[in-house]
Design a protein. Sequence first.
Length: 266
Amino acid sequence: MTTTADRFHALHAGPDVLLLPNAWDAASAALMADAGAKAVATSSAAVAWARGYADGDAVPVAAVVDTIASIARVVSVPVSADIEGGYTDDLPTLAETIKAVIGAGAVGINFEDGRRDPGLHARKIQTVRATADQAGVKLFINARTDVYLAKLAEGEAALAETLRRAALYAEAGASGIFVPLPIEEDLLSRLAAGVSLPLNVMGRPGMPSAQRLGELGVRRLSSATSPFNAAYGAMLTGTRVFLLDGDTAGYAIYGKDLPNLNVRFG
């Protein structure tokens, strides 16, 4: 895992932007790796939905860890796990969760502050870093700040607060900073210039190309829930056609290029 963790860290060093697709189970992760992904991350929302839970700290930790383990079993690329805010604010409990996440095979995590006090989140990052170090794993802690996503501030105040939190989290031991929502080139450039760690952004309609993001200073682009939405949207469309008169053509349109997973996992 040390070698894999080092490889994951190195993917954030450029010159190319790390394009990180977000999976929700072993099959989705395996297909992403087969498609050429250099690393695979989970989407907390997609994992929760696939397990029958709403997004937002609702899915049991055991289910999250099981998902990570199933993904790590079938891919050889680095795996990063979105663990929301750690599912607890109790530091000893958080440490046990991090041990389980690392034990399942993750060499990176997404770790969000949400609406909680940034000072508390910094202490949680310290706990994560100390726990990972004790386990001997150079865990990539992608500290997500939700100033823009949760609309905690606007305009220049939002930028200032995001950069303040980024500095706080960097000092606490974060490896990267994740700022979801912004897509404007000027704002992305200012964020990249003001953050001392690799900057991760979330893929959205209107986002500049990966090449342009690299020129702006962004180091990582996540697909978020787009793959899940695409996969299940196609299934919903195909099922509606099937339920009309039993025609499976709707499924065939989307599944004609799908590899044989039984061979893949055999």
